[in-house]
Design a protein around this ligand. Structure first.
Ligand SMILES: C[S@@+](CC[C@H](N)C(=O)[O-])C[C@H]1O[C@@H](n2cnc3c(N)ncnc32)[C@H](O)[C@@H]1O
Length: 302
């Protein structure tokens, strides 16, 4: 599919009649992680509350948030391109967020557009618990039978697994993208999701995860960022250390390049990125066959 036209008012209205999440939580005067993130990427349809949140976050953190968002989008784009080049055709973008439409303010397209540019005919499932993400996603997708946009809460893994089976097929190799979403979950919720995926996915399946980190951040900056983000978005965010983020891969085998800054994940150019570059942390992990015996996380080198 080529990148679709932005949704018209008619398509948005039609999409709004399709079922999304239980009840209506949409409130245009408040923002959400999905809306704030889309505003940071420069979505032209961002609501004023989301734009204001992005600006306030950048102000509080000296512009770092824009840079981190860009690096996250770049790194995830490199990840799905890599997976598509390896022949993967089934993708689940879990906590996929609001589609940007064509490209963001840095010229970076949505992940679906990146992967389908490499591997035509792939199947894509976007799951999110944000109503606006579902509304936009469904309006953009239109009648494309290869792309599915579903409301679900990742804290209900059994329901997510059902969606994988329904839209991507049973016992298929799947690439799961967990972009900047695990940090909205407690340790227990994230571990439950990851181990459910491990039990469900067949060997050769991949997970890519990006995660906000406190490692490398001055503590007062980390705390200020957390406080401002939570106040503006009305959610709890978990700033984890590199060690904690590494452990979140659970039984999956972390593959090269290991747990790295997004800026260092399959960088297009040789040469080290600046030490002080702001970043999320990122890993790519594979579901190995059971008999291979993945090392427990504590023994794995970072
Ligand atoms: C910061 S955005 C990242 C969007 C996209 N994954 C990316 O990295 O470009 C986080 C997304 O995760 C979604 N999210 C957070 N908690 C979730 C949950 N429990 N279930 C499903 N989606 C969730 C939010 O609604 C939002 O769209």
């Amino acid at each position: 599919m080529s990148i679709p036209d932005p949704p018209s008012a008619d398509r948005l209205s039609a999409a709004s009649k399709r079922p999304s999440g239980p009840g209506s939580t949409f409130n245009s005067s408040a923002t959400t992680p999905a809306a704030t993130y889309a505003a940071l990427r420069g979505s032209k349809d961002a609501l004023p509350a989301a734009r204001a949140a992005g600006e306030e976050l950048n102000k509080a953190l000296g512009g770092v948030v824009d840079q981190v968002t860009r690096e996250n989008a770049l790194a995830l784009g490199r990840a799905v391109r890599y997976a598509a080049e390896q022949g993967h055709t089934l993708f689940a973008d879990l906590g996929g967020g609001i589609p940007i439409q064509r490209s963001d303010s840095w010229g970076l397209p949505d992940l679906y557009a990146v992967a389908s540019g490499v591997q035509p005919g792939l199947r894509w499932l976007l799951v999110d618990s944000d109503e606006l993400a579902i509304l936009y996603g469904r309006a953009l997708v239109g009648r494309n039978p290869d792309v599915h946009v579903e409301w679900e809460d990742l804290r209900q893994p059994a329901k997510v697994l059902h969606l994988l089976d329904l839209h991507l097929g049973v016992k298929q190799k799947i690439v799961c993208v967990l972009g900047a979403v695990l940090h909205f979950m407690t340790d227990r919720q994230a571990a439950t999701l990851v181990s459910a995926l491990y039990e469900h996915l067949v060997p050769g399946s991949l997970i890519f995860a990006t995660h906000v980190t406190r490692t490398g951040l001055p503590p007062e900056m980390a705390e200020r960022g957390k406080e401002v983000y939570e106040r503006l978005n009305g959610v709890e965010i978990h700033l984890r250390t590199e060690e904690e983020i590494t452990a979140m891969a659970g039984p999956f085998e972390i593959k090269p390049p290991g747990v790295v800054r997004t800026i260092d994940f399959m960088p297009p150019q040789e040469g080290p990125a600046p030490e002080e570059a702001p970043h999320f942390l990122m890993w790519m992990a594979e579901r190995l066959p059971d008999e291979t015996g993945a090392q427990p996380p504590a023994e794995r080198s970072v």
